[in-house]
Design a binder for this molecule. Sequence first.
Ligand code: SAH
Length: 350
Amino acid sequence: MQEQAKKDIASFGLQELKKEMEGMGEKTFRADQIYQWIHQKLADDFSEMTNLPAALREKLDAGYEIRKMEMARRQVSRTDGTNKFLFSLTDGSMVESVLMRYKHGNSVCISSQVGCRMGCRFCASTLGGLERNLTASEMLRQIYRIQKISKERVSNVVVMGSGEPLDNYENFVRFVRMLSDKDGLNISQRNITASTCGIVPNIYRLAEEKFQITLALSLHGASQEKRRELLPVANKYALDEVIRACDDYFTATGRRITFEYSLVHGVNDMEEDAASLISLLEKRNCHLNLIPVNPVRETNYRRPDKKSANNFKNKLEKHGINVTIRRELGSDIDGACGQLRRRTMISENS
Ligand code: SAH
C-alpha cells in the first residue's frame, strides 16, 4: 500500500492549523506554539519544538512534514556582498533565491515557481519551461533559510526570481498573508514587491485582496508591437488592457505601480521607444525602473552602453517621469533570473 503523503504543515495559516489540532483532539493553543516554532523561530523539524509533549511531536511527525530545503550552492559576490543561493526541494527540484544588502536593510528575492511558462525572450528561467508551482511554504522557506544561514534579519522581500507569481495565484496570496502575519516574520506588506509579466485577470483579483504590496509590471515595450516582440504573454493580454488593470490596482490600493523596462540594445532603447514610454507614463503616478538587460548565454540580446542608458533615462526625466536605472548587484555571480539554476542543470546533465 502506498504511504499517504504527509501534509505540508508550514503552508497552513494559523486558523487552519487550529482546526487541524482540533481534528486531532488537541488544544488549539498547540497550534499557536507550532506556528510560532515554524514561522518565528524558523524550526526545521518537529524535534526542535521542545515545549510540545513528545507524544504530540510523534503524531505530528506521522501526519505532517516541514518540507526540507537544502542549500545546494551558494555564491557570494566579491564586489557587493550579494549572495545567490540554489536550494533543492524534497522532490529534487531546484530554485534560486538572492540576498541583497542595501543601506536600508536586507532584501531577499525569491522564486515563485520551478521554471516558468511565460516564455519571455531574454529570460533564462523560462528556457526549460514550467516544472511546477511552489507551495506557500516553499516560498516562505527561501526567506527563512536565508535568514538562518546569514544570521541577519530580512526586511524586504521581492518576488522577482524564477516564475510568474500570478500564474501561481492561490499559493502566492497565501504566502503574502503568512509573510506579513504578526504571528510570523511580520514583514510589512509595504516592504513586499511582486513582479508580474501582466496576467490581467489576476491583477484585478490581487487589487481586491487589498494588500499594501507593491506591484511591479514587466513592461519592456511601450507599444503593443514592441512588447509582443519580447513578451509572448502580450499576445494574450494587450498593452492597453494591462495598463488599465495597473490603473485599477493603484486606485484600489493607493500603491504606485513600478514599471520595469529591460533595456535591450537595438530593440527597445531607441528614440521612438523613449517617445512612446513618455506618452504612456507621463501622466501616471508611477515609478519606472530601467534594467540594462543581463546577457543570457542562449540569447543574443545585448545591453546598451552606460552612456546611452543614461541618455534614455534623461529623456524620460525631462518629462517628469520618476525613473531609476537599477543598480546592478551580483553580476559576477549569475545575478540574472534563473541563470545559476540553469547553469547547474546544464552542467549536471552533460
Ligand atoms: N514573472 C515575473 C517575475 C520574474 S522576473 C515577471 O515577469 O515580472 C523579474 C524581472 O526581471 C522581470 O521584469 C523580467 O522581465 C526581468 N528579467 C528577466 N530576465 C532578465 C534579463 N536577462 N535581463 C534583465 N531583466 C530580466
